[in-house]
Ligand binder design. Structure first.
Ligand code: ADP
Length: 273
């Protein structure tokens, strides 16, 4: 499954994107939900651990995984499962909530730039600079002209990162409105999950079609060869995790990273005792 061709889910730059045409359910060529499927994701995650260790040792590039999606789309869950076998020393997850007063005094990329991965690092953005062209837009906090200006700023920002050695992958976790209803209901019903609920979960749900249109525009305007967007079918959690793990493994394998040689002559080392 790590050889699965993921190109059908990749967004072409400036394409006319219609998210209704992307299935939120897993593709037919993948097996149904099963222990075997979860075991396969675990295997990919173990492979990811090895690739991350090489990335860390080589320090020649960095990886940035951006996760976006509607509330309950599974950003937290994907991070938990896809990176379950990766050393906590090797990954850094950053969540972007509503900006603070201080952050609002700066340009919208100010708080983001300081969190990008250094060479050898793998960083995951749980929400990101894309909130500044999505939620802000849908809630009417910015106008169309500002949004288009921000698309340009994002493209330049991501080019800067790419040319500085960052591999960028962006995943939109695509769930249906029906699936979100089930997940919100599950949170309402479970006292251990109620803390996760925010009033905005319900107000944003009412704006679902507006969010879809904003996502379509943002993904199409900012998907590029060096920072592609993928529309990840996310109604099934195990398939969502498998997709993201397979994507990361495919991209990291292609880099063909090698463990560096020792920085000094090992033949001269004499162990005492
Ligand atoms: P999550 O929903 O990701 O689990 P929170 O409950 O902390 O996390 O919600 C974060 C909230 O902050 C979301 O409603 C999101 O839309 C909002 N947010 C994130 N970035 C921005 C931004 N730049 N401007 C306005 N709101 C934002």
């Amino acid at each position: 499954m790590e050889h699965l061709d993921l190109s059908p889910w990749r967004v072409a730059h400036k394409s006319v994107l219609n998210l209704d045409q992307f299935d939120t359910r897993p593709p037919d060529q993948l097996p149904a939900e099963s222990d075997a499927l979860a075991a396969h994701t675990k295997k990919l995650s173990e492979r990811l651990n090895h690739l991350q260790a090489t990335l860390h040792a080589a320090r020649s590039c960095s990886v940035l995984l951006v996760l976006q999606g509607m509330d309950t789309a599974g950003k937290d869950g994907a991070i938990r499962h896809v990176f379950s076998q990766v050393s906590p020393l090797g990954v850094r997850a950053v969540a972007f909530g509503a900006p603070t007063q201080e952050e609002l005094q700066h340009d919208f990329l100010w708080r983001v730039h300081s969190k990008v991965p250094a060479l050898g690092e793998l960083a995951i953005f749980n929400r990101s600079h894309y909130e500044d062209v999505l939620v802000t837009r849908v809630r009417g906090l910015i106008d169309q002209a500002t949004c288009e200006m921000r698309f340009r700023h994002i493209q330049h920002f991501e080019s800067l990162l790419h040319e500085s050695g960052t591999i960028i992958l962006k995943c939109y976790l695509h769930i249906s409105k029906h699936e979100q209803k089930k997940r919100l209901q599950a949170r309402l019903d479970d006292p251990n999950k109620q803390w996760k609920l925010q009033p905005s979960d319900f107000t944003d749900r009412k704006l679902w079609p507006h969010f879809m249109r904003a996502y379509e525009e943002a993904l199409s305007a900012t998907s590029s060869s060096h920072a592609p967007w993928y529309v990840v079918p996310a109604d099934s959690k195990p398939h969502r995790d498998l997709f993201i793990a397979a994507l990361l493994v495919q991209v990291l394998e292609k880099l063909d990273l090698k463990m560096p040689k020792s920085a000094f002559s090992l033949s001269e080392v004499r162990l005492d005792g």
